[in-house]
Design a binder for this molecule. Structure first.
Ligand code: ZN
Length: 212
Protein backbone atom coordinates (compact mmCIF):
# COMPACT_ATOMS: atom_id res chain seq x y z
CA UNK A 1 0.00 0.00 0.00
CA UNK A 2 1.17 3.49 -0.87
CA UNK A 3 2.92 5.10 2.15
CA UNK A 4 0.79 8.25 2.14
CA UNK A 5 -2.43 6.27 2.07
CA UNK A 6 -1.21 3.98 4.82
CA UNK A 7 -0.11 6.93 6.97
CA UNK A 8 -3.57 8.43 6.56
CA UNK A 9 -5.17 5.27 7.93
CA UNK A 10 -2.62 5.07 10.77
CA UNK A 11 -3.41 8.67 11.72
CA UNK A 12 -7.14 7.99 11.74
CA UNK A 13 -6.96 4.73 13.68
CA UNK A 14 -3.79 4.93 15.79
CA UNK A 15 -4.99 2.57 18.53
CA UNK A 16 -6.13 -0.15 16.13
CA UNK A 17 -3.22 0.09 13.68
CA UNK A 18 -0.42 1.52 15.83
CA UNK A 19 1.17 -1.80 16.74
CA UNK A 20 0.94 -3.35 13.27
CA UNK A 21 4.47 -4.62 12.78
CA UNK A 22 4.36 -5.33 9.05
CA UNK A 23 2.16 -2.48 7.90
CA UNK A 24 -0.93 -2.93 5.76
CA UNK A 25 -0.13 -5.58 3.20
CA UNK A 26 -2.56 -4.98 0.38
CA UNK A 27 -2.96 -2.63 -2.56
CA UNK A 28 -4.59 0.82 -2.50
CA UNK A 29 -7.95 -0.20 -3.98
CA UNK A 30 -9.12 -1.50 -0.61
CA UNK A 31 -8.68 1.85 1.16
CA UNK A 32 -12.43 2.62 1.31
CA UNK A 33 -13.10 -0.86 2.58
CA UNK A 34 -10.45 -0.65 5.31
CA UNK A 35 -11.55 2.84 6.32
CA UNK A 36 -15.16 1.66 6.60
CA UNK A 37 -14.10 -1.40 8.61
CA UNK A 38 -11.97 0.44 11.17
CA UNK A 39 -14.57 3.20 11.48
CA UNK A 40 -17.30 0.64 12.22
CA UNK A 41 -15.07 -1.21 14.71
CA UNK A 42 -14.44 2.09 16.49
CA UNK A 43 -18.17 2.91 16.61
CA UNK A 44 -19.02 -0.51 17.99
CA UNK A 45 -16.38 -0.33 20.74
CA UNK A 46 -17.54 3.15 21.78
CA UNK A 47 -21.18 2.11 21.65
CA UNK A 48 -20.85 -0.95 23.90
CA UNK A 49 -17.92 0.32 25.98
CA UNK A 50 -15.23 -2.18 25.13
CA UNK A 51 -11.57 -1.37 24.42
CA UNK A 52 -10.48 -0.97 20.82
CA UNK A 53 -8.79 -4.08 19.45
CA UNK A 54 -5.29 -3.97 18.06
CA UNK A 55 -4.81 -5.27 14.54
CA UNK A 56 -2.15 -7.97 14.42
CA UNK A 57 -2.22 -8.39 10.64
CA UNK A 58 -4.03 -6.62 7.82
CA UNK A 59 -3.21 -8.24 4.53
CA UNK A 60 -4.30 -9.78 1.28
CA UNK A 61 -4.31 -13.56 1.32
CA UNK A 62 -5.48 -15.84 -1.50
CA UNK A 63 -7.18 -12.88 -3.14
CA UNK A 64 -9.14 -11.42 -0.28
CA UNK A 65 -8.61 -9.30 2.81
CA UNK A 66 -7.61 -10.77 6.15
CA UNK A 67 -7.79 -8.72 9.31
CA UNK A 68 -6.62 -10.37 12.52
CA UNK A 69 -7.57 -8.53 15.72
CA UNK A 70 -6.46 -8.89 19.34
CA UNK A 71 -10.10 -9.03 20.51
CA UNK A 72 -13.59 -8.96 19.04
CA UNK A 73 -17.24 -9.36 19.91
CA UNK A 74 -19.82 -11.01 17.62
CA UNK A 75 -20.73 -7.73 15.94
CA UNK A 76 -17.07 -7.14 15.04
CA UNK A 77 -16.77 -10.73 13.78
CA UNK A 78 -19.66 -9.89 11.41
CA UNK A 79 -17.95 -6.66 10.32
CA UNK A 80 -14.66 -8.41 9.57
CA UNK A 81 -16.30 -11.32 7.77
CA UNK A 82 -18.31 -9.01 5.53
CA UNK A 83 -15.25 -6.86 4.79
CA UNK A 84 -13.40 -10.00 3.70
CA UNK A 85 -16.27 -10.99 1.43
CA UNK A 86 -16.55 -7.50 -0.09
CA UNK A 87 -12.80 -7.49 -0.78
CA UNK A 88 -13.32 -10.63 -2.86
CA UNK A 89 -15.41 -8.51 -5.27
CA UNK A 90 -13.39 -5.29 -5.13
CA UNK A 91 -10.42 -4.59 -7.44
CA UNK A 92 -7.38 -4.39 -5.16
CA UNK A 93 -5.78 -1.81 -7.45
CA UNK A 94 -8.56 0.76 -7.92
CA UNK A 95 -11.53 -0.21 -5.72
CA UNK A 96 -14.01 -0.70 -8.56
CA UNK A 97 -16.08 -3.88 -8.74
CA UNK A 98 -13.84 -6.78 -9.68
CA UNK A 99 -13.80 -10.54 -9.80
CA UNK A 100 -11.53 -13.04 -8.09
CA UNK A 101 -9.34 -14.76 -10.61
CA UNK A 102 -6.32 -17.02 -10.84
CA UNK A 103 -3.52 -15.98 -13.15
CA UNK A 104 -0.07 -17.57 -13.05
CA UNK A 105 -1.08 -19.41 -9.87
CA UNK A 106 -1.81 -16.18 -8.05
CA UNK A 107 -5.33 -15.45 -6.83
CA UNK A 108 -6.29 -11.80 -7.03
CA UNK A 109 -9.30 -9.55 -7.46
CA UNK A 110 -9.13 -7.29 -10.51
CA UNK A 111 -11.50 -5.17 -12.57
CA UNK A 112 -11.36 -5.43 -16.36
CA UNK A 113 -9.17 -2.32 -16.55
CA UNK A 114 -6.53 -3.80 -14.26
CA UNK A 115 -6.03 -7.11 -15.95
CA UNK A 116 -9.11 -9.02 -14.91
CA UNK A 117 -10.62 -11.36 -17.46
CA UNK A 118 -14.24 -11.39 -18.46
CA UNK A 119 -16.40 -14.37 -19.25
CA UNK A 120 -18.39 -17.18 -17.74
CA UNK A 121 -15.38 -19.23 -16.62
CA UNK A 122 -14.22 -16.51 -14.33
CA UNK A 123 -17.67 -15.83 -12.91
CA UNK A 124 -18.18 -19.49 -12.14
CA UNK A 125 -14.88 -19.59 -10.28
CA UNK A 126 -15.83 -16.59 -8.18
CA UNK A 127 -19.22 -17.80 -7.11
CA UNK A 128 -17.94 -21.06 -5.73
CA UNK A 129 -14.75 -19.72 -4.25
CA UNK A 130 -15.95 -18.94 -0.77
CA UNK A 131 -18.93 -21.19 -0.37
CA UNK A 132 -19.36 -24.91 -0.50
CA UNK A 133 -21.02 -25.63 -3.87
CA UNK A 134 -22.61 -28.75 -2.39
CA UNK A 135 -24.38 -26.80 0.30
CA UNK A 136 -28.14 -27.07 -0.25
CA UNK A 137 -29.40 -23.79 -1.63
CA UNK A 138 -31.82 -22.03 0.64
CA UNK A 139 -35.15 -21.11 -0.89
CA UNK A 140 -35.36 -18.07 1.31
CA UNK A 141 -34.20 -14.73 -0.01
CA UNK A 142 -32.70 -13.19 3.14
CA UNK A 143 -31.90 -9.76 1.74
CA UNK A 144 -33.73 -8.09 -1.17
CA UNK A 145 -31.58 -7.55 -4.26
CA UNK A 146 -32.87 -4.02 -4.78
CA UNK A 147 -33.42 -1.05 -2.55
CA UNK A 148 -36.88 0.40 -2.04
CA UNK A 149 -35.85 3.04 -4.56
CA UNK A 150 -35.32 0.27 -7.14
CA UNK A 151 -31.51 0.26 -7.27
CA UNK A 152 -29.99 -3.16 -7.99
CA UNK A 153 -26.79 -3.40 -5.93
CA UNK A 154 -24.21 -6.16 -6.06
CA UNK A 155 -23.43 -5.68 -2.37
CA UNK A 156 -27.01 -6.70 -1.53
CA UNK A 157 -26.63 -9.94 -3.49
CA UNK A 158 -23.34 -10.58 -1.73
CA UNK A 159 -24.83 -9.87 1.71
CA UNK A 160 -27.69 -12.22 0.84
CA UNK A 161 -25.22 -14.96 -0.01
CA UNK A 162 -23.11 -14.48 3.12
CA UNK A 163 -26.10 -14.12 5.45
CA UNK A 164 -27.79 -17.18 3.96
CA UNK A 165 -24.66 -19.27 4.40
CA UNK A 166 -24.52 -18.19 8.05
CA UNK A 167 -28.26 -18.74 8.64
CA UNK A 168 -28.29 -22.24 7.14
CA UNK A 169 -25.40 -23.27 9.40
CA UNK A 170 -26.95 -21.70 12.49
CA UNK A 171 -30.61 -22.38 11.66
CA UNK A 172 -31.33 -18.71 12.17
CA UNK A 173 -34.48 -17.21 10.71
CA UNK A 174 -33.03 -13.89 9.70
CA UNK A 175 -34.73 -11.83 7.03
CA UNK A 176 -34.33 -8.24 5.85
CA UNK A 177 -37.75 -7.16 4.62
CA UNK A 178 -36.65 -3.97 2.93
CA UNK A 179 -33.54 -1.92 2.24
CA UNK A 180 -33.59 1.83 1.93
CA UNK A 181 -30.87 3.46 -0.10
CA UNK A 182 -29.54 6.98 0.15
CA UNK A 183 -26.93 7.90 2.72
CA UNK A 184 -25.69 4.35 3.37
CA UNK A 185 -28.08 1.44 3.25
CA UNK A 186 -30.65 0.95 6.00
CA UNK A 187 -32.03 -2.51 6.61
CA UNK A 188 -35.49 -3.25 7.92
CA UNK A 189 -34.57 -6.61 9.41
CA UNK A 190 -36.09 -9.19 11.72
CA UNK A 191 -34.21 -11.73 13.85
CA UNK A 192 -30.76 -10.28 13.24
CA UNK A 193 -28.26 -11.39 15.85
CA UNK A 194 -25.08 -9.42 16.56
CA UNK A 195 -23.09 -11.16 13.85
CA UNK A 196 -25.72 -10.41 11.18
CA UNK A 197 -26.01 -6.84 12.42
CA UNK A 198 -22.26 -6.50 11.95
CA UNK A 199 -22.55 -7.83 8.39
CA UNK A 200 -25.29 -5.31 7.59
CA UNK A 201 -23.39 -2.42 9.19
CA UNK A 202 -20.29 -3.25 7.13
CA UNK A 203 -22.29 -3.44 3.89
CA UNK A 204 -23.91 -0.10 4.62
CA UNK A 205 -20.66 1.64 5.61
CA UNK A 206 -18.81 0.37 2.55
CA UNK A 207 -21.59 1.35 0.17
CA UNK A 208 -21.78 4.84 1.67
CA UNK A 209 -18.15 5.37 0.66
CA UNK A 210 -18.67 3.90 -2.80
CA UNK A 211 -21.79 5.91 -3.64
CA UNK A 212 -21.31 9.12 -5.64
ZN1 ZN B 1 -9.20 -1.89 -11.08
Amino acid sequence: MNDLIQDGLLARYPEILGSLADGIQCDDGWLDLLDALFDEITRQCMSVGIPLPRARKVKEKTGSLRCYLSSKDDFIVGLVQMAEEISGRTCEVCGEAGVMDVQDNVVQVRCLLHGGRSGADRNRMTTIWRFDPNRPASLVRRVPGTTEEGAELWVLDLLNEVADDYCVKRATGFRANAVRGGDGLRFDAANADQRLQGMMAMTSAFWKRRSP
